[in-house]
Design a protein around this ligand. Structure first.
Ligand SMILES: NC(=[NH2+])NCCC[C@H](N)C(=O)O
Ligand SMILES: [Mn+2]
Ligand SMILES: [Mn+2]
Length: 356
């Protein structure tokens, strides 16, 4: 175990679900038993997290992001979640074992570009499988945590969430909007496109995706936080579809607290709707999580990133979480460990770690 992992493990051992997450004890805080501050609105007892590691890099061009899930699990993610009081299950890469999931765009002969998309068959197959796996966990009343892998996977994870919770809303935390369509993408990388398929935008009704990926999200049920690198065609799409965005400019202007509140008020005004939180670690500044394939300077601070996760946890509405785009082959050892640690701590924050 690395130094950081050991230190983290030590600081966690005394925390239990019943004392740190579920209730404020009657003793210290005024009269009687305080009400639970944190109630899961949509999960079955006992609260269970299903970690779904998806070692996949086919949605973009840089190898190594497929090693993300293993890096987070090696860093202790499963135990860290257990220590927050959750039951935790983990299948390793088994659900994807029969798909050549770590291939990326060297393989044009097997998976030729179609409709401007690279690795379309591969991305489609992996996302279809991921949708099944996430959907199964959700239907059991568990909370699937999908650990990527590149962000094309959110097409699968969100489709899976929607199969159980068709009224769910999505918080998409990212430097990028990932809303290119096969008609607008300039890179052909499908990690820049998942949202357009979820919404069923023009140009997305194409094989092989249209075999399984039916539009399942409407533009008023998704909100972005952290944007700062949006392609011109994506800006047009966001405007035309009236999609609510909190760019880094807005985070500077209003502060993260107001942005998250407005974001939740937009997609989930009564806090009665299930929430799928899709977190691309490149939303945070490269000084916070630098081991990622498309870093963009000027991002969320460590606290701003965690605040978003905590505020979602506080609603009790979280039904699914994605932690995406950790690439443990980019940067020196220190940067990698820091990025992996941030991936784990964002997940813990979304699962209630810092709530009293
Ligand atoms: N998930 C990400 N990191 N996406 C980056 C997308 C970059 C660019 N907009 C593209 O379409 O390729
Ligand atoms: Mn991104
Ligand atoms: Mn992304």
């Amino acid at each position: 175990m690395s130094f950081l992992a050991r230190r983290l493990a030590r600081s966690q051992v005394t925390r239990t679900f019943s004392t740190s997450v579920r209730r404020l004890g009657g003793g210290g805080v005024g009269e009687g038993q305080a009400a639970p501050t944190y109630v899961h609105k949509f999960l079955k007892e006992p609260p269970t997290v299903a970690v779904v590691g998806c070692p996949f890099s086919g949605g973009q061009a840089r190898p190594g992001v497929d090693l993300g899930p293993n890096a987070l699990v090696e860093f202790g993610l499963l135990n860290q979640i257990k220590q927050l009081g959750w039951n935790v299950s983990y299948d390793g890469a088994k659900p994807f074992a029969d798909i050549a999931h770590t291939r990326h765009d060297a393989d044009d002969a097997v998976d030729p570009p179609s409709h401007n998309m690279k690795n379309a068959r591969l991305v489609s197959a992996v996302c279809e499988r991921l949708a099944e796996v996430v959907g199964q966990h959700a239907k059991r009343g568990e909370l699937p945590v999908t650990v990527g892998g590149d962000h094309s996977l959110a097409l699968g994870s969100i489709a899976g969430t929607m199969s159980k919770h068709p009224d769910a809303c999505v918080l998409w935390i990212d430097a990028h909007a990932d809303i290119n369509t096969p008609l607008t993408t300039t890179t052909g990388n499908l990690h820049g496109c998942p949202v357009s398929f979820l919404l069923g935008l023009d140009g997305t009704d194409v094989a092989p995706f249209n075999k399984w990926a039916k539009p399942c999200l409407s533009p008023n049920r998704i909100v972005y936080i952290g944007l700062r690198d949006v392609d011109p065609a994506e800006k047009r799409i966001l405007r035309e579809n009236n999609i609510k965005c909190f760019t880094m400019h807005d985070v500077d202007k209003y502060g993260i607290g107001a942005c998250v509140q407005k974001a939740l008020d937009h997609v989930n005004p009564e806090r009665t709707r299930p929430v799928h939180l899709s977190f691309d670690v490149d939303a945070t500044d490269p000084s916070v999580a630098g081991s990622t394939g498309t870093p963009v300077r000027g991002g969320l601070t460590f606290r701003e990133g965690h605040y978003i996760c905590e505020a979602v946890a506080e609603t009790g509405c979280l039904v699914a979480l994605d932690i995406m785009e950790v690439n443990p082959t980019l940067g020196d050892e220190k940067l990698v460990e820091q990025t992996v640690a941030v991936g784990c701590s964002l997940a813990r924050a979304a699962l209630g770690e810092t709530l009293l």
